[in-house]
Design a protein around this ligand. Structure first.
Ligand SMILES: Nc1ncnc2c1ncn2[C@@H]1O[C@H](COP(=O)(O)OP(=O)(O)OP(=O)(O)O)[C@@H](O)[C@H]1O
Ligand SMILES: [Mg+2]
Length: 512
């Protein structure tokens, strides 16, 4: 190839590689271009990771090559390429086994490689991986122009580096967008009560520090909202806040989700993956429902918090990360520690600044402020002019004990608004929600007493725990059903149970 033709080809390759595509597609295209410039039957791009070379793209080699890992110490040719900073070519009669023997795609299954060369790609001074070229005919590479080869290698290195940067940028943008989206739609923290003022004050004190915060509180009190606010008031506000729901992390994938993995680390690991800790680098990581984290993962999390380093699954490399940790749970973590379900050392790392979010029943008239905000939202959603509460409804909201806290209030008002928005009502200047529209009764405003278990334990006879628990459940459910006038859906809601599960429970307890 003439020099000018070579450079013209190079320019069209650069143009082709700059269009939008995945890293895998980009590597594949690069190898196809390589095959057009340099005569060869097969080529491969392999990444060096964990003492092995892992094929990321292959051309002319059988499909299954992509699933293989070449342990460097077992492949002297690959070891020799990796040990050199120059292109390495092997003599056609070299007695070193070729890793691709039998893998070149051809009609004849057992064709052996006769001409083979490879070069190590260095990124930021470190060996990143290798590029290999193979031919079945001896002497194929005799006429390769060293200048053309080294130019192509530079292009390959640049492509690999760019692909890595693009992948990590794409991941960051995705997370940043998710976080921004969440932030934009996040409601303000509504509430004027003394306990909410104290909470706001605490947030403004702790937010600008880099201390780990543990947010505690019952379900639905607004722990996620508090976490968002801490991040927004911190010095990392313009960085990402990565959200992790520890309750949705099965133990089998938790480590890879949090810390990432390298390609081939386990059977489903078809490419490298950045974990949430790496994505949050420079920003905040929010570990929601931390109480649900399996003990084995707790140990790994502790190590990260101690060293500020993570290790991808399948890799020995330690990666430094700079993070602010916010965790939240509705469990009593101290009790979990005493019960041996949560590591005490991790608890102390996370609870540098514990913060209790008060329950709605402790917030006095905030219930009405919140109700106003939720009614406003519903009237917009339903196209109603004005929704308001009558006095009895307000009293009922103030007296109720709100086991599901603000989330329960929000849902209750959405249901009430929907029920009230009948065709004739919609045209009115305002719709007044009376107690009848709310799913709470004045009688329910105080928690009903649970059945007295003293009667069970007073007897000296041995206790059958299962029967005792069943009896307790039966009694509690009957009480609640009576309070809800036999309405099963409402009773299930009161007991925090999903309707299907509640039906099954009723059947098991012979209550239907
Ligand atoms: N002070 C508040 N002002 C307005 N809306 C609020 C407030 N606190 C909570 N909310 C709303 O109540 C709902 C529940 O809040 P959030 O999800 O933060 O609760 P949580 O404590 O994380 O609950 P869980 O323990 O179940 O995860 C959300 O829709 C949230 O926007
Ligand atoms: Mg939450």
């Amino acid at each position: 190839m003439t020099t000018s033709l070579f450079f013209t080809s190079l320019i069209s390759i650069v143009a082709d590689l700059s269009i939008h595509m995945s890293a895998e597609q980009r590597y594949q295209r690069l190898l196809q271009h390589l095959g057009r410039i340099f005569p060869c039957d097969a080529s491969a791009l392999l990444k060096f990771e964990n003492h092995s070379l892992i094929p990321l793209a292959v051309n002319g080699l059988s499909e299954d090559t992509l699933g293989r890992r070449f342990i460097v110490s077992e492949h002297p040719r690959l070891a020799r390429i990796l040990a050199s900073d120059q292109a390495v070519r092997f003599a056609a009669d070299s007695d070193l086994p070729d890793p691709y023997d039998g893998l070149i795609e051809s009609d004849d299954d057992q064709l052996l490689v006769h001409d083979c060369m490879g070069v190590t790609l260095f990124i930021d001074g470190e060996p990143w991986g290798i590029l290999t070229l193979d031919a079945l005919t001896p002497g194929t590479f005799d006429h390769i122009d060293p200048m053309e080869l080294s130019t192509f290698i530079s292009l390959t290195t640049a492509t690999v580096k760019a692909a890595g940067l693009i992948t990590s940028l794409e991941q960051r943008v995705r997370y940043a967008t998710q976080t921004l989206f969440k932030d934009n739609t996040a409601q303000n923290m509504i509430g004027d009560s003394d306990c909410m003022k104290t909470l706001r004050n605490e947030i403004s004190i702790v937010a600008p520090s880099d201390l780990a915060v543990l947010i505690l509180g019952e379900t639905g009190v607004g722990k996620e909202l508090v976490a968002q606010r801490i991040h927004r008031e911190s010095n990392r506000a313009d960085q990402v806040m990565v959200y992790v729901n520890c309750a949705a992390l099965p133990e089998s994938i938790a480590e890879s989700e949090l810390f990432g993995h390298v390609k081939g680390a386990f059977s489903g690991a078809i490419s490298d993956r950045t974990g949430k800790f790496e994505l949050a680098d420079g920003g905040t990581i929010f570990l929601d429902e931390i109480g649900e984290l399996p003990l084995s993962i707790q140990a790994k999390l502790l190590r990260t918090l101690q060293n500020g380093e993570i290790q991808r699954v399948g890799s020995d490399r330690q990666i430094k990360v700079n993070l602010r940790i916010i965790a939240a749970t509705n469990r009593n973590l101290q009790q979990e520690v005493s019960a041996g379900l949560f590591r005490p050392d991790l608890y102390h790392r996370l609870a540098v600044y514990p913060m209790q979010v008060p329950a709605l029943r402790e917030r006095g008239k905030d219930v009405l402020l919140l109700a106003g905000a939720f009614l406003e939202k519903n009237q917009q959603r339903l196209g109603i002019k004005k929704l308001r509460l009558d006095q009895d409804a307000k009293q009922a909201l103030l007296a109720y004990h709100w086991p599901g806290n603000i989330r329960e209030l929000e849902h209750l008002l959405s249901r009430a608004a929907l029920k009230s928005a009948t065709a004739e009502n919609r045209q009115a200047d305002f719709i007044t929600l009376s107690l009848a529209y709310l799913d709470i009764m004045p009688a329910q405003s105080r928690p009903l007493n649970p059945p007295d278990f003293n009667t069970v334990t007073a007897s000296l006879a041995p206790i059958d725990l299962k029967n005792a628990v069943d009896a307790f459940q039966r009694q509690l459910i009957q009480q609640q059903l009576a309070a809800q006038q036999g309405n099963i859906a409402a009773t299930a809601r009161m007991l925090g149970l999903e309707r299907g599960n509640f039906h099954r429970l009723l059947k098991r307890l012979a209550l239907t």
